[in-house]
Write a protein of this length. Structure first.
Length: 136
């Protein structure tokens, strides 16, 4: 695996960004736009996937990064569950549901594979170089 120097390079983060953008667009349509509770919860869960990947990457240890990735994966599951609600109440047609569900599922799989990779390489306890010492 190539060295990742910025969270924006992580494929799972890119997929989570795609999911978030698609959800924001979809939840602005029709009855969905007026269901503030479900709309906001879905949006928060999608943003949580992106944010936890980024926050974990910026943390100081690999163990903490893995923990944040686990939270991101859980949020992707939350998105999938809420998509069922949106479909069941008629806010999403089958095509919309399928498209969004597939993106959320892809993000979850990518996160899972990334966690497995990091766990199989425990010798790397830090994600990037130590910071420079500065004289005051």
């Amino acid at each position: 695996m190539a060295t990742i120097t910025r969270f924006e390079e992580i494929e799972a983060w890119q997929t989570a960004r795609e999911l978030t953008k698609a959800l924001y667009s979809t939840t602005e349509e029709g009855k969905f736009s007026r269901d503030f509770g479900l709309k906001d919860q879905l949006r928060r869960a999608a943003v949580s996937v992106m944010s936890n990947i980024a926050e974990g990457f910026e943390s100081q240890t690999q163990a903490l990064f893995i923990r944040y990735l686990g939270i991101a994966k859980a949020s992707a599951g939350e998105v999938r569950s809420q998509l069922y609600v949106a479909r069941d109440v008629g806010y999403l047609n089958e095509q919309q549901f399928s498209t969004l569900f597939q993106i959320a599922e892809k993000a979850s799989r990518q996160i899972s594979r990334f966690i497995s990779y990091l766990e199989s390489h425990p010798q790397s306890q830090r994600l990037r170089e130590e910071s420079e010492d500065y004289e005051v």
